[in-house]
Design a binder for this molecule. Structure first.
Ligand SMILES: [Zn+2]
Length: 150
């Protein structure tokens, strides 16, 4: 006896495309006849389901994704607007001016007079103790620390 038929050979037999030898084996082999009947039942069930079942409903996710291009477009527009706003903000915002050395010297003079005045009144500080330049203030601090004369 020949080897049993493959699934492809059984499918050919169902389609009446089997060879003479395959048909002869199918008629003589109980196992292949049982497999052929099972395959026929499966094919009949598949045919019935495909013929009698309703078409599946449209999936909800298909409608949900309709807003996706709009969302992507709006996000891109928001990013573009943010970029423009930052660019305009940078163009409009003035750069803070740096302090001039004279202003720094005046502030340091006021602070020094307030710190070193005995009476607490900056105006009563000695006139020679209020230098107007940073260099003279630095020399005074240096001489005070080193004990030398300015
Ligand atoms: Zn067989």
């Amino acid at each position: 006896m020949n080897a049993c038929l493959s699934d492809d050979a059984l499918a050919r037999a169902h389609a009446d495309l089997a060879s003479i030898a395959e048909r002869a084996h199918l008629a003589a082999c109980a196992a292949c006849t049982a497999r052929s009947r099972q395959m026929r039942r499966d094919l009949d069930l598949i045919t019935a389901v495909l013929r009698d079942s309703r078409e599946p409903l449209a999936r909800v996710t298909r409608t949900r994704r309709r807003w996706l291009p709009a969302a992507v477009g709006l996000s891109a527009a928001a990013v573009a607007l943010l970029w423009v706003e930052v660019a305009v903000w940078r163009a409009v915002t003035p750069v803070p001016p740096t302090m001039q050395p004279q202003e720094v010297a005046a502030i340091l003079t006021d602070v020094s007079a307030s710190l070193f005045s005995v009476s607490g009144d900056p105006a009563s500080a000695p006139a020679d103790a209020a230098p107007l330049s940073l260099e003279s203030m630095a020399r005074e601090v240096d001489s005070t620390l080193t004990g030398g004369e300015p």
